[in-house]
Each structure stands twice: as C-alpha cells, then as structure tokens.
Design a protein around this ligand. Structure first.
Ligand code: CP3
Length: 355
C-alpha cells in the first residue's frame, strides 16, 4: 500500500503480511501462527536474570528492560508475534492509584474502591502518563521488523475486580456485592475504567502495536445475563473505541465457555478460547466472521513430548474448519514450564500446518 493508503500513521506496514495478522483477518496463511500468553516471564532464565533486583512495576516503566524482555521469547521460541511486556495494572498505577504487584500474589490495591467517593482515584489517562510505553514500543517495532507486536490491556470487569477486592480474589464477592447492590456506581466505575483502558490501548496502537488483546481474565465468574447487563457495555465501548485503527482486536477470558457468544458480540475480531471448550464447539458459539485463538492446556507442557504432540493434534484438528486460527495456550504459560517444551511446540505447529 502506498503511504496514502496506510490506515493510520505509525502502523508498521512491514507486519501486514505476517502469518499472525493474516490469520486474524481470516486470510490464507503459510502456516498456523503461534504465540503464547505470558510468553515473556518467569519460565525464561534470561527473564529472571534481567529482572534481578528490579520490581515488576518498575521494570514496566523502563523502556530498555521492556524491549529486552519482550524480545526474549521471540528470539528463543520463534513465535509469530511479540506481546508487549507490561501488566494490566500499569495504566492504573500511571494515573496515581496506590497499588503494587506482589511477587507470587499479583496486584494489591491500597484503598479498595467500594463507595462513590473512592471513584476519585480514577482520573483520565493521557499519553504523557505512559510516555515510557510509547518509547518502548518505538524501540521494539524497530527491532521486531516484520514480527507483529501485540498491545494489551485489562478489560473493565477484570480491572474492577482488583480495584474492588483490593487484590486477587477467588470468589469476587466484594465485586459482585457492588455490581448487584449499587448498579449505578458499578456502571460508573466500569465506564471510567473503559475510558482509561481505551486511552491505554490507543497509546500502544499509535506507537506501533499491530494488534491488541483485551484481557477479561476473571469475567468467567459471571453468568451470561449478568455479563450482558453489567459488563458487556463497558467492554464494547473499549473495543469500539479502537475499531477505527483497523488493527485486529483479540478478546480473551478464562472459563468463559458460556460467555463466548456475548464476548464476541462485544466486538472482537478474534475470540480467545480457554482449554475447556474445543475450538470447533467454540466456533459454533461465537458464530461466523471471527477468527479464534487457542487453546492447548498450559499444563500439558509438563507432560511427555508424545503427549504434547497428541494434545496439539487435537487442537489443530478442532481448528481445521475455522475461518482463521491463531495457535495459543488456553491461558498463560505457567512459571515453571520447561522453556524447551515451548520451543518444540512452536516448531511442531509450524511444521504440522505448513501449506
Ligand atoms: O508475556 C506476556 O504475556 C506479557 C506480559 C504480561 C504480564 N501480565 C506480565 C507479568 C501480561 C499480558 C500480563 C497481563 C495480566 N496481568 C493479566 C491478564 C492475563 C492473564 O494471565 O489472565 C492479569 C490477570 C494480570 C495481573 C497479574 N500480574 C497477575 C495475576 C500476576 C502474577 C502474580 C504472580 O507473581 O504469580 C501479575 C504479575 C506479572 N505480570 C508477572 C509478569 C511476568 C510476574 C511478576 C514477576 O515476574 O515478578
């Protein structure tokens, strides 16, 4: 495409013909593209080495570290896409929410949001608040060349869960108490988070991300009727806000088998599927017009090579009739995963699907 046809300024057009973006657009691919949620991180010794002595959130604010950590799995595993090294709570930290990421625990919030006056903690995010993100992505797209970079953000429900509970939660009881007990405050909270999330995604796309993934990791805790009424409007607002850029929008949550149709309706181009629903069944639930991403159980990587291949063949067989398939795990790489098992898996999928 000539310069005048570029969808927006800053998109690295070198990535347009990559297998990953083609699969997202449901076009024919030379091989099924592969990347892994949480591909950068503790499973890699080179990650543990560069992170030594630096807190998680601090490392997200250092463009040199972000660039190195994002590139590590691309170098080692030959994956088809990089995912930006950051965290879903980075934009909240950037607007001044008092929170930290505790090793082995996850995000912890000092003043949980449970009353209307607590909303004052959430102001709008400006690009200047996350200038280190823009800087890191500029460095990264230069290094990555034709390999696409995936930007990401946490969806309003998942962010709200951390903010309302004050930390990771199994049952999300405070979150649900607020959602059912004060629907207006809940709607205002999610709407504010939708605006922050949209702003954070726009920064990443304008800096050069070729696709985005909206993580609604914990929304599988909800029944479809509650999702539709209390969450879908905010997620749809986020996805709609980045639609004009034309980059693929991936949407993913854990345990969301019963929500796949609604999450697709919220506006994604690619639906991420966890390992509990086979991809052919997921396609029936999502309906036509969307690619699917997934969905090997991350725990399978602890088994024998033979078992990994057999389970991978199952995923590929279930994906054989799809309009577009991006191979991934059904959730993030577990921290103690043997890295070589990931490298071999990428190689296996590439070889097995070469056309
Ligand atoms: O490689 C990648 O996928 C990119 C990096 C990435 C991180 N967090 C880095 C990280 C991504 C995409 C995330 C998103 C994220 N963060 C999600 C959505 C994805 C999912 O897994 O469902 C969620 C729910 C969070 C919140 C969060 N941050 C958790 C649950 C944890 C783990 C806590 C722990 O220590 O077990 C974090 C911290 C975190 N984010 C780490 C990494 C590499 C581990 C911290 C470390 O290495 O010190």
């Amino acid at each position: 495409a000539g310069a005048g046809e570029t969808p927006f300024q800053g998109q690295p057009s070198q990535t347009y013909d990559s297998a990953f973006l083609k699969a997202c657009r449901r076009e024919p691919v030379p091989h099924t593209p592969v990347w892994f949620m949480r591909q950068a991180g503790r499973s890699l010794p080179e990650y543990r080495k560069v992170r030594e002595g630096t807190q998680m959130l601090e490392s997200c604010m250092r463009p040199d570290l972000v660039t190195e950590i994002t590139l590590q799995p691309v170098r080692r595993h030959n994956v088809d896409a990089a995912i930006f090294f950051s965290d879903i709570v980075v934009p909240l930290k950037a607007i001044g929410v008092d929170l930290d990421i505790k090793p082995g625990v996850g995000p912890v919030v000092a003043q949980p949001i449970r009353r209307r006056e607590d909303l004052a903690q959430l102001r709008d995010l400006t690009p200047e608040d996350v200038s280190y993100v823009t800087e890191a992505i500029g460095m990264l797209t230069g290094e990555l060349g034709a390999t696409p970079l995936i930007g990401f953000a946490g969806a309003p429900f998942t962010l709200a869960s951390y903010l309302v509970e004050g930390g990771p939660s199994k049952n999300h009881e405070h979150t649900k108490a607020l959602m059912y007990g004060d629907p207006q405050l809940w709607a205002d909270l999610l709407d504010r988070l939708a605006d922050i999330t949209s702003a954070f995604l726009k920064v990443q796309i304008e800096a050069g991300a070729s696709a985005i993934q909206l993580f609604d990791s914990w929304v599988g805790a909800l029944a479809p009727a509650d999702y539709r009424r209390s969450v879908m409007p905010a997620s749809a607002k986020v996805l709609e806000s980045v639609a004009p850029y034309g980059v693929p929008r991936i949407h993913f949550g854990v345990g969301t088998g019963e929500l796949l149709g609604l999450m697709g309706e919220a506006g994604a181009d690619v639906m991420g599927v966890d390992y509990r629903v086979a991809l052919d069944e997921a396609a029936r639930r999502v309906g036509p017009g969307k690619a699917l991403q997934g969905n090997l159980d991350p725990a399978v990587l602890f088994s024998t090579e033979e078992a990994v291949r057999a389970k991978t063949d199952e995923v590929l067989a279930a994906a054989s009739g799809l309009e577009g398939h991006v191979f991934n795990l059904g959730h993030g790489v577990l921290p103690t995963t043997p890295p070589d098992a990931l490298t071999r898996l990428v190689e296996y999928v590439h070889t097995r699907t070469a056309r």
